[in-house]
Design a protein around this ligand. Structure first.
Ligand SMILES: [Cu+2]
Length: 109
């Protein structure tokens, strides 16, 4: 291995470690078939973790065409949904089992 190649490999390892350490977590609650908050602001250009807490007794499905995500969260439990890195903008999501009330959006800025 040349010196250039080996320093590149070390830089790649360091950047992976840094990215994992800095993954930000954003809490999102489901309560009475509403998302709380209904707008979650995250940094653009960064992969982040949505921690979705379903406080209702019934299951809900987090769904978003714009985020390309779909995940069932059983009643009284939580699930992690990774999103991003996103371009700045608004990305709607909804609860497929209670679509009339469960509406929200991710705002990347
Ligand atoms: Cu679905």
């Amino acid at each position: 291995m040349t010196r250039i190649a080996s320093s590149f490999a070390i830089a790649a390892l360091l950047s992976v470690g840094t990215a994992q350490a800095e993954t930000k977590v954003f809490d999102l609650n489901i309560k009475d078939h509403h998302f709380q908050p209904e707008a979650v602001t995250i940094p653009a250009g960064e992969k982040v973790k949505l921690m979705v807490h379903n406080q209702d007794a019934t299951p809900e499905e987090f769904e978003s065409y714009e985020l390309n995500r779909e995940k069932i969260i059983p009643g009284n439990s939580k699930a992690v949904i990774f999103v991003g890195p996103l371009e700045p903008g608004e990305y709607p999501f909804f609860g497929e089992f209670n679509q009339a009330t469960a509406q929200g959006r991710v705002i990347a800025e």
